[in-house]
Write a protein that binds this ligand. Structure first.
Ligand code: ADP
Ligand code: ZN
Ligand code: ZN
Length: 749
């Protein structure tokens, strides 16, 4: 007699796969189908990896009687949710690769790649939403709503079989109009199997005439269509990269293929999307975290069935099934948001390169400030390096100057020189953008009498002083809050002084200095209300003097056409940090912020305040630009045997005590060394650093430590991790310790 054994990846933090028995009357699920299974006392939804048939003498309850007479106890599958795979083979293979490369439990990897509703077991019947008019519809009643009227008229062109929603949207119907018409009973929607047709994509708008560099880049990319090629498109903000993407993807779309565009979390702005929408008559869907589950599933399905020609999404969109994928574009390739910083710590850029190589299509990595990883790959000729060095629009690139803060008086962090520069711009009716990566009023509360500082009881960090919405102290690392003390707990002095400058204090100082100028602050504290971003854009898009002030949020993706002066209040932290990547980050930030200036027709100026104007890296950056800076950093990294010249893995651990954390990390090191010995690997083939306390050892009440492993030999590293890491899961020292492994870590915090 035949029975079926189904191997299932279950979303639990375990590396094993689990075998289940398929009840006789169930449909046979293939790899990529979801099943509901019993797991401990719970029921979970897992993904089938393999189904195999085997000979048995029969089954009794949960036991299989093997030919040998042995009974084999197995639990049975409760439900087969999909009869055709919901995860197509190429995505399943990509996810299996990612699980093994990042050494993360496959069940959780698969689950993370699915839209929430599918993860929860919602059936996907590959039905498409159709619309048609109803019998009671009365066009005369629609005279007061032009949008509804227009949508209704377009729908009226179709008979009672209706039209697929995606086609209607392409014809200019708005979804909101359909919903309103549906409420009035004039139209109705229904689901039916979609007969997939590739919509031929046509141009909606003529491309700009490319300049010589753009033309060269476009030609090179076109040559790569139909095969795998990683391409680094390296061009300053405003050099016309987006225009290159648009023209590069045009033949791919016209040939009926799909394009995947990845953007950083914060870069998913209406501005970027509208450029794609105005260029092509194509169904474009978006995938990002700020969507309802239903909208996300709908977009995912449009990609998966092939009806969407362009998929624009953030990090996790890299796993979206697209049957006719012809090109991948990653905008702002260097952006940290592409690396997931918890649980399944994958890097979407690296996954995209693997995906492109599987799908045999070009992968374009665009950036004004490429990551050292990509510059290194370009150096090794693994990426084709295309450069755009001229500004595509009218204005020239901004000039950068340093303001030496040594021995200078400052008010709320701002030097007289900077105040004067701001004043000049405002008088000329121009806009100023001021960047300070520290929100709140002041980063420290200091006792003037004894030097006591208000620290977070749960972290190795100072508490930030906030005055709004009410006076309080706030830890930006763990969220701890307390009242502002009225006297020093150590010496009872009442002279408690908020020290240092946060955005709120800077705003106050600027408002006092320039009382009649519009001043807009953008940080997490001001943008928590929905719609405040919109207000900022609206104001920034109007001409006329204004001060825009904010944190990192200001630096990314948004265009401020009337800004002619960008001021950076403090860069020193970035060049003094213990993290070897900090200078690279700071340089990227400076260039990104600088890119906001002079986007219109006026050239911009960037002023950077520093106490270390002789810092050689900073000087290289401002005199010779990012390329020269990056070349120097790469030389340093090569000499110091650091990534990208080494492959790194970071083991993080945290527990209620330093001793416990350290004991686990020591056990981990011993186990790793044993692995090396067993395999006869020379001690110097890998460098093991640790246990070392994390840069902020205590955070949110736990004690954190690291072990960093580096090597030149990536294969060897992965072979060792493969046995070492799952075994470490079960060591007694792990009890009470939270541990995680970060392959190719981007942050050492
Ligand atoms: P990036 O993506 O590198 O920041 P964009 O593609 O956004 O650059 O281009 C910057 C500005 O220059 C945009 O306003 C764009 O419309 C314009 N632009 C780009 N390429 C050209 C071109 N070939 N001719 C004229 N204007 C261009
Ligand atoms: Zn005191
Ligand atoms: Zn804290």
């Amino acid at each position: 007699m035949n029975s079926y054994l189904v191997q299932v990846a279950v979303p639990v933090p375990l590396f094993e796969l689990f075998d289940y028995l398929l009840p006789n009357d169930f449909a046979i699920p293939t790899a990529g189908c979801r099943v509901r299974v019993p797991f401990g006392s719970r029921e979970l939804i897992g993904v089938v990896l393999q189904t195999s048939r085997f000979e048995t003498k029969g089954t009794i309850n949960d036991a299989v009687l093997l030919e040998s007479g042995e009974a084999h106890h197995l639990k049975s599958i409760l439900e087969v949710i999909d009869t055709t795979p919901i995860i197509p083979e190429e995505i399943l293979n990509l996810l299996l690769w990612a699980a093994s490369y990042y050494h993360y439990p496959i069940g959780e990897v698969l689950s993370a790649a699915l839209p929430a509703l599918l993860r929860q077991g919602r059936t996907l019947d590959l039905l498409t939403c159709y619309w048609r008019t109803t019998a009671i519809a009365n066009i005369a009643e629609l005279s007061r709503s032009p949008k509804q009227r227009k949508s209704f008229e377009i729908l009226g062109l179709h008979d009672e079989r209706g039209a697929p929603e995606s086609v209607l949207l392409l014809m200019g119907v708005e979804r909101s109009a359909l919903t309103q018409l549906e409420k009035r009973g004039f139209v109705e929607s229904f689901m039916q199997p979609s007969h997939f047709q590739a919509h031929p994509v046509t141009l909606a708008h003529m491309p700009l005439t490319p300049n010589a560099e753009q033309l060269h880049a476009i030609t090179q990319i076109h040559k790569a269509i139909g095969k795998f090629q990683g391409i680094l498109l390296n061009g300053l903000t405003g050099s016309g990269k987006t225009e290159v993407y648009l023209q590069a993807m045009q033949p791919v779309l016209e040939a009926g293929q799909q394009v995947l565009v990845l953007v950083p979390e914060i870069g998913l702005t209406p501005q970027t999307i509208s450029r794609f929408k105005t260029r092509f008559h194509a169904e474009i869907v978006m995938l990002h975290s700020n969507m309802t589950d239903v909208a996300r599933l709908r977009a995912w399905q449009a990609a998966q069935t092939g009806t969407a020609s362009i998929v624009i999404g953030t990090r996790s969109a890299v796993f979206t099934p697209m049957p006719r994928l012809g090109m991948i574009v990653i905008d702002e390739e260097h952006d940290l948001s592409y690396k997931q910083q918890d649980t399944f710590r994958y890097h979407a850029r690296d996954v995209a390169l693997k995906r492109g190589s599987d799908a045999k299509c070009p992968v374009i990595l665009g950036s004004a400030t490429p990551s050292l990883e990509c510059l290194h790959l370009a150096e090794e000729k693994k990426l084709l390096h295309l450069k755009l060095t001229e500004r595509a629009g009218e204005a020239d690139f901004a000039r950068i100057h340093l303001i030496d803060l040594r021995g200078k008086k400052r008010e709320s962090g701002v030097s007289l020189e900077l105040f004067n520069a701001i004043e000049t711009r405002l008088k000329a009716d121009e806009q100023v953008l001021i960047f300070l990566n520290r929100r709140g009023f002041a980063p420290v509360l200091l006792c003037d009498a004894c030097g006591w500082q208000a620290d977070c009881p749960r972290c190795d960090a100072h508490l930030t002083v906030h005055y709004t919405p009410k006076q309080h102290l706030h830890c930006h690392h763990c969220g701890y809050q307390s009242r502002l003390p009225t006297e020093c707990p150590s010496c009872k002095s009442v002279n408690l002084v908020p020290t240092g400058t946060g955005t709120a204090r800077l705003e106050e100082a600027l408002a006092a200095r320039f009382p009649n100028q519009p001043l807009i602050r953008v940080d997490r504290d001001t943008t928590s209300r929905v719609g405040s971003w919109e207000k900022i854009y609206q104001r920034a898009n109007q001409a006329g003097a204004a001060i825009l002030l904010g944190t990192q949020m200001l630096a990314k993706g948004h265009h401020f056409p009337h800004v002619t002066l960008v001021a950076i209040i403090d860069v020193d932290g970035g060049f003094l940090s213990v993290d070897f990547r900090a200078p690279e980050r700071m340089a990227q930030l400076i260039m990104q912020v600088a890119g906001r200036a002079g986007r219109g027709s006026k050239a911009g100026q960037v002023l950077i305040q520093t106490r270390y104007p002789e810092n050689p890296l900073l000087i290289t950056l401002i005199r010779h630009g990012y390329q020269a800076f990056a070349a120097e950093m790469l030389a340093e990294r090569r000499a110091a045997l650091l990534p990208p010249y080494r492959h790194a893995t970071l083991l993080r651990a945290e527990s209620a005590s330093t001793a416990k954390t350290e004991a686990f990390l020591n056990a981990a090191i011993t186990a790793f060394q044993e692995q090396m010995e067993e395999r006869g690997i020379a001690k110097n083939a890998l460098e093991i650093w640790g246990p070392i306390p994390a840069p902020m050892e205590k955070r949110a009440g736990v004690f954190r430590g690291h072990v960093l492993i580096q090597t030149r030999d990536r294969r060897l590293l992965h072979q060792l991790i493969e046995t070492w890491w799952p075994a470490l899961w079960h060591t007694p020292e792990r009890r009470g310790v939270r541990a995680s492994l970060d392959i190719d870590p981007m942050e050492l915090s």
